[in-house]
Write a protein that binds this ligand. Sequence first.
Ligand SMILES: *Cc1c(COP(=O)(O)O)cnc(C)c1O
Length: 536
Amino acid sequence: MNNNKPHTAYFCMEYGLDEKMRIYAGGLGILAGDILKAAKEFSYPVTGIGLLWRKGYSKQIINEKGRPESKHPTNKEIYEYAEDTGKYVIVNIKKQEVKLKIWKLDKFDNATLYLLDANLPENEKYQTITDGLYDGFNEKRIAQEIALGIGGVKAIRKLGLNIDIFHFNEGHAALAGTELIREKMENGLDFHSAWDNVKEDIVFTTHTPVKEGNESHSLDSLKKMNAFNSLTRKQMQEIGDSPFSMTVAGLRLSRISNGVAKLHGQTSREMWKNVAGKSPIISITNGVHRSTWVDDRIVANKGNKEAIIETKVKMKKELVEFIKNRNGAKLDPNKLIIGFARRATAYKRPNLIFKKPEIIDPYLKSGEIQLVFSGKAHPTDDNGKGIVANLVKKAKEFPNSVVFLEDYNMEIARYLTRGVDIWLNNPRKPLEASGTSGMKAAMNGGLNLSILDGWWVEGCEHGINGWQFGDGYVGEGQDENDLYALYRVLFNDVLPTFYNNQDRWEDMMIESIDTTYQRFSAKKMLERYYTEMYNK
Ligand SMILES: *Cc1c(COP(=O)(O)O)cnc(C)c1O
């Protein structure tokens, strides 16, 4: 451990460390996992705090009708990787004392992660609060957030960890603030002095510019669940408003906060500008853990163009093989493969490319364009499930040029981001906070073809390391504007370069790797957290 750096407790609802440890849902968890791995690799004193989700996130199955269904099998493996510390903490939920077992996890080359687990018979009906990641709404979600936030601080005390900085990664952990304040008040400080005092040690990251992504609860529900944690209604309202917004609470409890890309910081400042008493919102762009996401053969051959190209050909063949084994589709490794994998939700517009069949279908028929999709809808998002069903239908229509891989996870992400020629990203701007899968693709020599949103605003050198489309236009007719812009770049730049100008394509691949490898690494991100957020 590096003793001159502040010791940070990193709170997050989910962690994507390894495929075998399914306690993550998507980007938020992968980021948290990458941070813990980079912390371990580069000796930053970070300790993770999370929950042990016995059933993890929902598993996606495509049924015979081509609709996705959400399944919730128990994930037995997690208990094999986690180590029992023999320690417990108690939190009060509603009128009951709930016991949380503390597990320790450090088997994935990660900085130590402590996971709290309510799965004990004596917890009766609260036994299941740590079953399913994001399976809880209202009261259940509050119970989960009491476990993460309040339970997390208690666990830190129980374990005797000496923590300098409490990093609330997303609003889910905001209730930790009530516990830190309560501790100070127990030692004699009044509420405002206690708050001012703990604020010095709290930093906050906001993640989503999508309204629904910013969770709030009525003060009545919080009170009922015992989330006030000895604070008064008035004090809770001062922290998070009424209804109580977890994001507003995070912004007010912290000394400094950040968005996860330059543009996202700006969007967040605008979005929260009327919140009095919030901390300044800066931007720290996300990054990815390279030993996890960049193929070793790419790293080993950096600077050797021929070897990089050869590796890329191999990785593409490995992807084609992976797809064949998984769902029988036979893609042609000599033709263009475009990847698109993200949460299936309206603003990410996974179906955009299909919107003018008279234009796109001939390319799918000839196989000149091959598309590979993957992504889950939120278990309760019927609209998102409809989007998946639509992609599955397209795959049936074009069985050897459109593929849908069910149950998107870290393994699929690894094959896809290594193997594809093009990584497509077409969110409705400015709703993509950062996006990290495009970084993974870029570092493996896949070219981004993306709306100028999230990290791509910083990463894109149009026509040099990838392409942008849509010219950043936001407003009426945006979808149609973006669709035609996508087609223009696809037909005028991407296809001609891929099929007729292999030299230029190869140069772009090298540029893609060279311009992203350092700048969008988790190492760089963590350095910035240390110099711009954790240092007082
Ligand atoms: C990298 C990754 C993400 C994040 O993807 P973005 O949509 O680009 O933010 C989500 N899920 C998995 C499995 C990943 O590997």
